[in-house]
Design a binder for this molecule. Structure first.
Ligand code: UDP
Length: 396
C-alpha cells in the first residue's frame, strides 16, 4: 500500500479548496503557512506529549477545598453503602483476625487496645483523631498501621482503615501517620520523616532558594531498594549520568552491596536538597512512598512511575496536569526526560500546577478534615451500637 506523506496531502487539499490559488492566487506564504500548521500538528517530534498535556489541562476541573477527595471517599465506602451498611460481624472479623489496631470512641473519649505494633504510627494517627472527639459519636474501628493493605478485592469485605492500597484493594484510606509522626527513619530524619507541617515550612524556603532557573536540568532520585521496580532508573543513571542522577541508599534491610545493585550505598539527602533538581522521580516502595507529596513542594517537576499504589490524595491529582506519568517498566523515562528538557516552559507549568495543588489542598487542615469525614461516614454506616470494651486503654 502506498503511504502518502500527510504534509503533501495537506498541500493538495489546500490547492483543491482554494481554486483561486490554482489560478495564480496560491502563494509561497500560503504554502509556508500550511507547512507550519502541519509541522505543528504532525511533524513536531513532541506533538504526542504536547497534545496529551493540552487535552488534560483543558479537561481538568480544579477541585474546591471541600470536595477534592470526595471521589476517593465515595469509592472506599461504596461497598457498604450498596450493601446496607457495615455489619458488626465484618468488624469483628477484622478485629479477631488482627487486621489492625482496635479503637473505640465512647462518650467523646478515645480508647485503644494495649498492643500497638508501631507506637509512633499509632501516635501519628491519634494526634488527628483526638482533635475530633467532640464531633464524633460512639463508634469503634480498626486502623491498619502496616505498610501494606489488608483487604484484597476478592476477599471478605472487612472495614479496615489503611494508609495506602493498590487499585484493587478495598481498604478505606486514611491520611498516613507521617503527616504527624513516624515514617522511615533515615540519617537526615533520625526519628522518622513525620511532621508534614514542618516539612512544608522548610520546603517553602528551599523552593525559593532554588527557583526553576537555578535548578539543575537533570532527573534525580534517592531512595532504597524497597521495590525492584526502581532498578531500571538506577541503571539508566549509570549509563547516562548527565541525564539522570539516581542511586540507591541503605535501609534497615541492607546487608551488602547486592542490596544497592552492586554499588556502595549513596549518601542520603534531605527533601530540601531535592529542590536543586528540575525533575524528581517518585516510585511505589512496599506501598505508596511518603516522598511523593514532598517532591511537589520543591516546585520541581514530578515524574510519577506506575499508578497502582495510592494514598488518599493521589486520585485528585491528574497526570500531565500536575505530574508526568511514567510507565512502571520505565520504558518511556528517557524519552520523557528528553521531552521536558526540550520543552522547558511546558515542564515548568506542570511543576507549578503540581506545587499549587499540594500547597492549597494538602494542608494540615485538609488532613484533619479528611479524618473527620471518613470517621463520620464510617459511624453513619455502622449497624451496631458499640459497648465499652474494658480491655482497651484510654488515650490522652
Ligand atoms: N529519603 C530521603 N532521602 C534519601 C533517601 C530516602 O529523603 O536520600 C526519604 C524518601 O523520600 C522516603 C523515605 O526516605 O520518603 C524512605 O525512602 P525509601 O526509598 O527507603 O523507601 P520508600 O518509602 O520510598 O519505599
Amino acid at each position: 500500500m502506498m503511504i502518502i506523506n500527510p504534509f503533501y496531502l495537506l498541500i493538495i487539499l489546500s490547492l483543491t479548496l482554494h481554486g483561486d490559488s490554482i489560478n495564480g492566487g496560491f502563494t509561497e506564504d500560503h504554502a509556508n503557512h500550511e507547512k507550519e500548521k502541519y509541522n505543528k500538528k504532525y511533524n513536531d517530534p513532541w506533538s504526542t506529549y504536547k497534545l496529551l498535556i493540552e487535552d488534560a489541562v483543558k479537561n481538568y476541573k480544579p477541585c474546591h477545598v471541600e470536595d477534592c477527595y470526595l471521589l476517593q471517599r465515595r469509592s472506599d465506602f461504596r461497598y457498604w453503602v450498596n450493601n446496607g451498611g457495615i455489619k458488626e460481624s465484618d468488624f469483628l472479623h477484622a478485629r479477631d483476625y488482627k487486621l489492625g489496631t482496635h479503637y473505640q470512641i465512647i462518650n467523646h473519649t478515645l480508647y485503644r487496645q494495649e498492643k500497638c505494633t508501631f507506637p509512633a504510627r499509632c501516635e501519628g494517627n491519634e494526634y488527628f483523631i483526638s482533635k475530633l472527639l467532640s464531633q464524633l459519636p460512639d463508634m469503634e474501628f480498626i486502623v491498619n498501621t502496616f505498610d501494606w493493605s489488608k483487604v484484597p478485592k476478592h476477599g471478605r469485605n472487612s472495614p479496615v482503615f489503611s494508609f495506602s492500597k493498590s487499585n484493587t484493594d478495598r481498604d478505606i484510606l486514611y491520611p498516613a501517620w507521617t503527616f504527624w509522626k513516624g515514617g522511615p527513619a533515615i540519617t537526615t530524619y533520625p526519628t522518622g520523616i513525620g511532621r508534614w507541617d514542618l516539612h512544608i515550612e522548610k520546603l517553602n524556603k528551599a523552593e525559593k532558594e532554588f527557583p526553576w532557573e537555578k535548578k539543575e536540568d537533570i532527573g534525580f532520585f534517592r531512595g532504597s531498594r524497597t521495590s525492584s521496580e526502581r532498578d531500571p532508573l538506577i541503571l539508566l543513571s549509570r549509563e547516562l549520568p548527565s541525564l539522570i542522577d539516581a542511586a540507591y541508599t541503605k535501609n534497615q534491610a541492607w546487608r551488602s552491596e547486592k542490596d544497592t545493585l552492586n554499588q556502595p550505598p549513596a549518601i542520603e539527602v534531605s527533601f530540601e536538597e531535592h529542590c536543586k533538581y528540575k525533575y524528581l522521580f517518585n516510585f511505589r516502595g512496599v506501598a505508596a512512598s511518603f516522598r511523593y507529596k514532598h517532591l511537589f513542594l520543591c516546585k520541581s517537576l514530578v515524574f510519577h512511575v506506575g499508578d497502582d499504589w495510592v494514598e488518599f490524595f493521589y486520585g485528585a491529582m491528574e497526570p500531565w496536569v500536575h505530574f508526568i506519568p511514567v510507565s512502571t517498566n520505565l520504558a518511556d523515562a528517557r524519552d520523557l526526560l528528553d521531552f521536558v528538557k526540550e520543552n522547558d516552559d511546558i515542564a515548568q507549568e506542570i511543576a507549578e500546577r503540581g506545587y499549587l495543588f499540594i500547597k492549597e489542598h494538602l494542608r494540615m487542615a485538609d488532613i484533619q478534615s479528611y479524618w473527620l469525614k471518613i470517621l463520620k461516614r464510617y459511624s453513619n454506616l455502622m449497624k451496631w451500637a458499640p459497648k465499652m470494651n474494658e480491655t482497651l486503654n484510654r488515650i490522652g
